[in-house]
Design a protein around this ligand. Structure first.
Ligand code: GLY
Length: 385
């Protein structure tokens, strides 16, 4: 167990972490045995995940869980499953199925980069490099951003970056290290700088999305997609910012990224209700507002990444750790679904409130980051993403 100092009153201990890891691994094994190479859909419907082929932006989270289960349990069943998943990601790339998206990082980091790092699977390495190539094709050199969604000529999507993309950049940083070609990391770094300049506001809240003029590089406007309002801060977006800026700092050493991660973390932590689990948008305060537990768990993983880069004598480091552990305690005790069977793992997340999709449901990313959090507390890996 990681040696974070635990304040009295927190309901987390080593025995609990071990027990939850065992629960996740056995539930996951039961599901993998029954899903027959299918993937859970992005979110559940009435508490049940529909099964899909490898088609959405979220299937990498399933492979992320499979690879963590292998690292944590040593059970070869999981590595065999991961090999089959790699083949599915390889073939998806070959036919470019539903890959007109920046989400290539979410998809290929947790599946193929993990399979290369953890098992030395060469097909996985090739697929991950192919995905990184495709991601750089979405880089717009005048605007200096990676376009989030759609065809690059689509007038509705042209020049639009989104805060989530910070989590796709590790695929590019990895590809540069792997190949020695700096182009991938250069794209990632300039995108992260544009995100810091335009998606992060002066009070350190964040826009979900921001349009740039692709022919002049001028900023156009911030617009929400999944948040409450254009000028609000969508909780999951703020969590992506904490984690994503911390990862860009890890990869570049640029102190402005570290400061951006610290500032977005402060904003997030100052906008939590009493039980420390965020509402789905940080601007909302009414107690009947649905929570987004997935944003909470992403923020915790981001905080635990961030504190690796803050001096141990800085008091804020301990504050971030204690805040992360307080949220963790609440999640483990009130949001963790330890029932065996086919359901999810983290209850009460929100996918897209504006579309009424996945409200108070499980989400594949909520489940993945819950498992990443358990793994971080157990500490078998020194690197995620
Ligand atoms: N990347 C989309 C989401 O967070 O819902």
């Amino acid at each position: 167990m990681h040696s974070y100092e635990m304040k009295p009153g927190l309901l987390i201990n080593e025995g609990m972490v071990d027990k939850l890891i065992t629960t996740v691994c056995s539930k996951l094994k039961y599901q993998l045995e029954r899903f027959e190479n299918h993937y859970p859909a992005a979110c559940s419907i009435n508490g049940q995940y529909p099964l899909t082929v490898n088609t959405d932006w979220t299937t990498g989270f399933w492979s992320g869980m499979t690879s963590l289960a292998w690292k944590l349990s040593g059970d070869k069943f999981f590595s065999e499953q991961l090999v089959q998943q790699v083949e599915s990601f390889r073939s998806r790339l070959e036919i470019r199925h539903e890959l007109d998206t920046h989400d290539l990082g979410f998809l290929y980091s947790l599946s193929c980069v993990n399979a290369w790092r953890f098992m030395g699977n060469r097909a996985a390495r090739e697929a991950a490099l192919g995905a990184a190539d495709l991601l750089t094709e979405r880089y717009l050199p005048v605007a200096k951003i990676i376009q989030a969604w759609g065809d690059l000529s689509d007038p509705d999507q042209q020049g639009r970056m989104i805060i989530d993309c910070l989590m796709n950049l590790p695929l590019l940083y990895w590809a540069s290290k792997e190949t020695g070609n700096p182009v991938y990391a250069t794209c990632a770094r300039s995108h992260a700088r544009q995100a810091m300049t335009y998606l992060m506001r002066s009070d350190y809240s964040t826009y979900h999305t921001f349009y740039m003029d692709v022919s002049t590089g001028a900023p156009v406007k911030g617009v929400t997609h999944q948040g409450y309002a254009n000028d609000s801060s969508w909780a999951r977006g703020q969590a992506w910012a904490i984690y994503g800026f911390a990862l860009s700092y890890r990869e570049t050493g640029d102190p402005e990224f570290l400061q951006a991660a610290i500032n977005t973390a402060r904003y997030f932590l100052c906008h939590l209700p009493e039980d420390r689990i965020c509402y789905w948008d940080l601007s909302l305060t009414s107690p009947d507002t649905p929570k987004d537990s997935s944003a909470a768990v992403i923020a915790v993983c981001g905080l635990l990444e961030l504190v690796n880069f803050i001096s141990v004598v800085d008091l804020e480091r301990n504050r971030f750790i204690q805040e992360a552990l307080a949220i963790t305690s609440e999640l483990f005790n009130r949001y963790f679904d330890d029932q065996p069977g086919l359901g999810g793992y983290l209850k009460h997340s929100v996918y897209n409130m504006n579309k009424g999709r996945g409200v108070d449901e499980y989400s594949t990313w909520g489940d993945y980051f819950l498992f990443e959090l358990l793994s971080r507390l157990k500490q078998p890996l020194n690197r995620y993403w």
